[in-house]
Design a protein. Structure first.
Length: 317
């Protein structure tokens, strides 16, 4: 077997955090291999929240739910994004330890490291929010505690159940009843300024579920690729037939036109006034953009000399 090849990490613009407003950060993620979107502002980062479509107990019910999601992707993906965000906003507004309007960035991910189907939503959420009267910035009462995970999980489960029963009763009828009685999982993790969380999510915005660098063997009938085990963090190899590999890869192709990165609350485009109020309350000033070195030209795999773009071939009709 060939040795595992190391892949260099992507470059991204570093976070700039003003001392007068440590909850606010500016991150620019650049197009192409620099990831994400040029000059995009993702502000007030302090807690990364993942609402997983999974259960803490039992393996049958989650698998049944994922199979239904896979066969009705456009419906379920929209519901997952919408109601994970709504659960966060409701609990953040109502909970005694916060009581604030939240802003968040949500990213849909559908794969595991070995390409199995596992749809879930990552949400990057500032550790604080705008008070209900809109007059002050509210921080969590405890440094390492944001919102209760069991409450978030139940709210997400119940909202999804009600939405399916109301909007898609034919799909709701195919879900086993015990799915709604099990404990679901919401994983809340503090991430400091938010830069690590955004670097992690940036890899999923313009890249697919798989990169060719992970393939270590291809004999025309079987494909062997590497992945990092989520339990012990070790690098493992998985050998699949060509058909199995294509099946695992293609199930992560999103429905045409589907937007898997969405902003909610005062980070949404429709909440510009609230966002500007928060900037004023925190006395946050946008730092000057940092200039990054230009990307090096790609090299020819044979002679290792820089390559030049001679033209583009039109796509067939």
């Amino acid at each position: 077997m060939k040795p595992v090849r190391k892949v260099a990490a992507r470059k991204s613009a570093p976070a700039e955090v003003e001392d007068s407003a440590p909850a606010l950060a500016k991150l620019g993620f650049f197009r192409g291999q620099y990831a994400w979107e040029a000059n995009r502002e993702v502000l007030c980062l302090g807690a990364s929240v993942r609402l997983l479509v999974d259960h803490s107990g039992g393996a049958v019910a989650p698998e049944q739910l994922r199979a239904l999601i896979r066969s009705h992707q456009k419906i379920f993906y929209s519901l997952l994004l919408r109601h994970s965000a709504a659960a966060l906003q409701e609990v953040g507004r109502e909970h005694k330890d916060l009581g604030a309007q939240l802003g968040l960035l949500a990213v849909l991910q559908t794969w595991t490291r070995d390409l199995r189907f596992h749809p879930h939503v990552h949400c990057v959420v500032p550790a604080g929010g705008l008070s209900t009267d809109g007059l002050r910035w509210v921080r969590p009462k405890r440094d390492h505690y944001f919102l209760p995970q069991p409450v978030l999980a139940r709210r997400f489960r119940n909202r999804l159940k009600e939405a399916l029963a109301r909007e898609h009763p034919e799909l709701f009828s195919h879900i086993p009843k015990n799915v709604w009685s099990k404990d679901w999982v919401a994983d809340v993790q503090p991430v400091g300024s938010g830069e690590p969380a955004l670097k992690y999510l940036a890899a999923y915005v313009y890249r697919t579920a798989f990169s060719a660098e992970r393939i270590i063997a291809d004999d025309g009938h079987h494909i062997t690729f590497t992945y990092r085990d989520s339990q012990d963090r070790s690098i493992r190899a998985l050998r699949l037939t060509a058909e199995q590999f294509l099946h695992r890869f293609l199930q992560h192709v999103l429905p045409k036109g589907f937007q898997r990165v969405r902003s909610y609350g005062w980070l949404s485009a429709a909440a510009k006034d609230r966002f500007e109020r928060i900037r004023a309350l925190l006395d946050w000033k946008q730092p000057p953009p940092k200039q990054l070195d230009p990307l090096p030209l790609p090299k020819c795999p044979s002679c290792q000399k820089p390559m030049a773009l001679l033209g583009r071939l039109p796509r067939p009709p």
